[in-house]
Ligand binder design. Structure first.
Ligand code: BYC
Length: 322
């Protein structure tokens, strides 16, 4: 690996200068390029947190596959959950290019040493929650990830391009579910409103703390890992989503929400930051269940990994013999 320990420790001025030249010129940093150790560690943290979010995010939705109301909805949801697994794979692969193995990252997730997005610690109580996740959670993910398509690390940026394309289908299937429910019976409309009430604020929390409270933003912005700030992206999401809620005939659960004509943005109420930090620190309503389900799935999949490894060895030795 190009950024071996010796190289990063010695970190000669020439290498460092070359790194910053690339950052300034918007040339992507690639796995074999020299990079500061902090840059590598920050990327591993963020990419792994993102990968963990994808695979833990399969759980709240996977929970509804057997209960989808129609065959078409079931097929759509199954495909979405499979896509999320694929996104995890692209992201773990991107982290591997930085020298972090999938095994060690998964162990860190399972042992609570690494985070995943706060949003997946909330329960999916009704079918409308599947609509709300697609519309809001995937909608928020797209806003964040479109920005990440321009991040400075090549493998991460390229993974984001593909993930964003797939997320846009997810967002549309979620909005489609909400549209069907809001055009349905009074009970269905109430279900859709209830889902929006429960998912709105946790979705806004996905963008992270206010810029003033964000410990990593300044450095990550200098390295062009982050291209827009937490608050800028959150504001963009609100501006895009409020008209969509209006179209559905649903009310955003924020009495302070109002359009500011002069600014060209919606003003909104304050997030409950105590709740955010409690969830981030492991206190979310479903956290224990999510980790247990993940660890169980990992243990049950041990034989699959062993079989795949044995098959790969067999193929390699046959090719060698041929
Ligand atoms: N949840 O300095 P900050 C998806 C942590 S999956 C938990 O602003 P940063 C999808 C943060 O890690 C969506 N923790 O951090 C999947 C840091 O803690 P440490 C996942 C959070 O990294 C299935 C501390 O708070 N998307 O799309 O500069 C179905 C200070 O924060 C959260 C990504 O992961 C949170 N919400 O900015 C459907 C995108 N927010 O490490 C959809 C990639 C903050 O110092 N990640 N923290 O202990 C990012 O863009 C950035 O990491 C963040 C945070 C904007 C999230």
């Amino acid at each position: 690996m190009g950024n071996s320990k010796n190289m990063t420790d010695s970190g000669s001025d020439r290498f460092e200068q070359g790194f910053w030249d690339k950052i300034r010129e918007e040339t992507r940093i690639e796995p074999k390029d020299w990079m500061p150790e902090g840059y590598r560690k920050t990327l591993i943290r963020q990419i792994a947190q993102h990968a963990h979010s994808e695979i833990v995010g399969m759980q709240p939705e996977g929970n509804w596959i057997t209960r989808a109301p129609t065959l078409e909805r079931k097929i759509g949801l199954l495909a979405k959950v499979q896509d999320e697994c694929g996104h995890g794979l692209y992201l773990y692969s991107a982290a591997e290019t930085l020298g972090a193995s999938r095994e060690e990252l998964l162990a860190a997730l399972h042992e609570g040493r690494m985070k995943y997005s706060s949003i997946f610690n909330y329960p999916t109580l009704s079918w409308a929650d599947i609509g709300a996740i697609g519309w809001l959670v995937d909608g928020a993910a797209i806003v964040n990830q479109i920005s990440l398509c321009r991040n400075s690390y090549g493998p991460y940026a390229r993974a984001m391009v593909r993930i964003c394309k797939e997320e846009s289908f997810h967002q549309r299937q979620g909005y489609g579910i909400m549209l069907t429910l809001t055009q349905g019976t009074d009970d269905q409309q109430a279900m859709a409103q209830d889902a929006l009430n429960r998912w709105w604020w946790p979705t806004l929390m996905m963008f992270g703390p206010h810029d003033s409270e964000s410990s990593h933003s300044e450095q990550s912005t200098a390295w062009k890992i982050k291209r827009q700030s937490n608050d800028e992206l959150r504001q963009r999401f609100i501006d895009i989503t409020v008209p969509q809620a209006d179209h559905l005939g649903l009310a955003i659960p924020d009495s302070d929400l109002k359009w500011n004509e002069a600014e060209g943005h919606y003003e909104s109420g304050e997030i409950d930051w105590d709740e955010f930090w409690a969830v981030v620190k492991g206190g979310g309503p479903c956290r224990r269940q999510r980790i247990k389900t993940r660890v169980d799935a990992h243990e049950k999949g041990q034989w699959v990994r062993e079989a795949a490894t044995a098959y790969a060895h067999k193929r390699a030795s046959r090719q060698e013999a041929a």
